[in-house]
Design a protein around this ligand. Structure first.
Ligand code: ZN
Length: 84
């Protein structure tokens, strides 16, 4: 079985984190950084599709406008990755 990897946003950058390291652990280890859980970042091709469709995903997986923010306060991947 393929092991699921964890993604986190660390100071706005998507990082792949070992599955055994939780968000809480990382927040405790690096209290000076802003660390949030997120889903896997999209590919460039996916983001191009989002921009042309006018619909994107927020870092927590919600549907948002390409430059929008989801109801939970998360930016779209396109804004987070500095694509717009
Ligand atoms: Zn959300």
């Amino acid at each position: 079985m393929k092991r699921k990897s964890n993604w986190m946003l660390i100071d706005g950058r998507a990082r792949k984190i070992k599955p055994e390291l939780s968000v809480e652990f990382m927040q405790g280890k690096y209290p000076e950084k802003r660390i949030e859980k997120c889903c896997a970042p999209p590919s460039i091709a996916t983001m191009e599709k989002w921009v042309s469709n006018g619909v994107a995903k927020a870092v927590d997986g919600c549907r948002v406008e390409p430059d929008g923010i989801c109801p939970h306060g998360y930016d779209s991947w396109i804004s987070v990755l500095g694509w717009i």
